[in-house]
Write a new protein. Structure first.
Length: 530
């Protein structure tokens, strides 16, 4: 099974000895001819009696060089070992085991790209050794090639099911890809094989947490929390959630305090949000009533309680949006992009630019911290950002890409502005509106014929829209043309995974619509000769 992201080099069976490898493989081999190889051997023979003795006793030069290189590598000099392995494979280009050793020395010498090429060559010559696939998986993982790493670890385990290090690497790749069910099964396998030590238990506990198995996560993390006190908050939260699911809120707080060593201040609110996200609505509502007063006096919490309870609302209240995003401003970019894998603005702009590029005046509606700003600024003569949250706008101002930033509710701004825009971008903004007809009517006022509006929605079937426990609305794409009414026509709609959240992927769509009406043709000037 060859790696999927790097084509192995074909064996050079008919190539002369000491031929230079024809790809940019291993600077150590570039320009190496027979005389240069022999010069290296002479130097090492003169300086190392053991190597000289091997040659004198008739040991083939490549085999003697391999033994010499292994000795230097063992003594902590992998760079010299790599030069000697490279000289050996130049003499014996079909010796898969020496290519494998060369890759190991290069990796130990902090040259992972070249190490990968050496491992590829070794496996092209002989794909049987499990340790070769393990080595390839480790270096591919270091290089950020998750697919290549997973393929290689699987190939290693196919050849040796008891290779614990490959099982542990296989688990880490699944965890990094947020495939927590796969990760949990693989961490269990690695642990059964004695690989990964406490890290396998930590990985299993974290995977179970992200799967919503809070009791299982608490049990696993409890076994390792004494080894790493930094795990105490997660272990305590897992136990709190497990107790809350059982309806035992007093035990939840007592166990949380014992495990974390801190008072349970604020944990009920966090637990409510997590239980809601994992579809445990009944437990979340019970917790909110018993420990949070049902959200009374708290605009953010009261709205989320209403959402979890399934109340029929048409939009998120302004006081919720201000409270939520003001509190979220400092960590917004890291959380949305780094943790949730959000790429909405770039995905939307890719579609917009595939349709049209002559859109000089742009409005970033619900601009937040300005994630879309740098991309929108390109080719734009004017760029305006609008948001309800003053703290979000302060972060957007730090980017230095907007001509103007305005603190306003989006419909109020669209209905009152005297500006007209060629492009209105609403990335992750319309999810806080249920009925979108008022938005389309207001957006029509702030655009001209031919203008584009670009936005994303979370999707559902059946009803035109529905408030979800997350506090965001999902929309039926089939209902959008009717909501857009006489103002906009559909230009493009692309189904997509918008982000990861809890133990699931949030499915949605990127939508581009065009303002109806007749675009005014450019004026024609006539220049006549005098």
């Amino acid at each position: 099974m060859p790696p999927v992201t790097a084509r192995p080099l074909a064996p050079q069976r008919d190539a002369p000895r000491l031929a230079v490898v024809s790809t940019p493989l291993l600077r150590l081999l570039h320009g190496l001819d027979e005389a240069q190889a022999q010069a290296r051997i002479d130097i090492w023979r003169a300086s190392d009696a053991g190597f000289a003795a091997l040659l004198a006793n008739g040991e083939p030069a490549a085999a003697a060089l391999r033994r010499l290189a292994l000795a230097h590598w063992t003594r902590g000099n992998p760079r010299l070992a790599a030069v000697q392995f490279a000289t050996a494979v130049a003499l014996a280009p079909e010796a898969a085991e020496i290519w494998l050793d060369l890759g190991g020395a290069l990796r130990a010498g902090a040259e992972p790209e070249q190490a990968r090429l050496a491992f590829d060559r070794s496996l092209a010559l002989d794909p049987a050794p499990a340790r070769g696939w393990l080595a390839l998986g480790l270096v591919a993982n270091e290089l950020g090639d998750r697919i290549g790493a997973e393929t290689a670890f699987a190939a290693a385990l196919e050849r040796d099911p008891d290779l614990g290090e490959a099982a542990f690497g296989h688990a880490l790749v699944a965890f990094d890809a947020r495939r927590y069910a796969d990760a949990a099964a693989r961490f269990r396998r690695a642990r059964d094989l004695g690989a990964g030590g406490a890290f396998a238990t930590v990985g299993l506990g974290q995977s179970l947490f992200f799967l919503g198995d809070f009791a299982g996560a608490a049990d696993e993390l409890a076994a390792v929390v004494t080894l790493d006190p930094n795990l105490a908050p997660r272990a305590a939260l897992a136990r709190y959630l497990a107790c809350a699911l059982a309806g035992d809120f007093e035990t939840a707080e007592r166990r949380y305090q014992k495990i974390s060593g801190r008072a349970p201040d604020g944990v009920a609110r966090t637990a409510f949000q997590i239980l809601s996200a994992y579809g445990q609505g009944a437990a979340a509502l019970a917790l909110a009533q018993v420990k949070l007063g049902g959200g009374a006096g708290d605009p953010e919490l009261s709205y989320l309680v209403a959402a979890v309870a399934g109340e029929k609302l048409t939009r998120a209240p302004e006081n919720y949006l201000v409270a939520h995003f003001d509190a979220f401003a400092e960590d917004f970019d890291a959380q949305l992009v780094g943790v949730l894998g959000y790429r909405g603005p770039d995905e939307l702009m890719d579609i917009v630019e595939s349709l049209r590029r002559d859109l000089p005046r742009a409005l970033d509606l619900g601009c937040g911290t300005g994630l879309a700003g740098p991309r929108l600024r390109q080719e734009r003569r004017r760029l305006v950002g609008v948001d309800l949250s003053s703290k979000m706008l302060a972060k957007a101002a730090e980017r230095g890409v907007y001509d103007e930033l305005i603190e306003a509710e989006l419909l109020s701004y669209l209905r009152s502005t005297s500006e007209r825009f060629d492009l209105v971008l609403a990335a992750d903004t319309l999810v806080y509106l249920g009925d979108l007809a008022p938005f389309f009517a207001a957006a029509a006022r702030a655009t001209v014929a031919g203008s584009l509006i670009a936005f994303n929605i979370e999707t559902l079937e059946g009803a035109p829209y529905r408030l979800q426990p997350s506090g965001r609305f999902a929309h039926n794409p089939l209902a959008l043309p009717q909501m857009a009414g006489p103002w906009f026509r559909m230009k493009a709609s692309l189904r997509a995974t918008l982000r990861s959240e809890a133990d699931r992927k949030v499915e949605g769509a990127y939508v581009i619509m065009e303002r109806r009406g007749t675009r005014r043709p450019p004026a024609v000037r006539s220049i006549r000769a005098a």
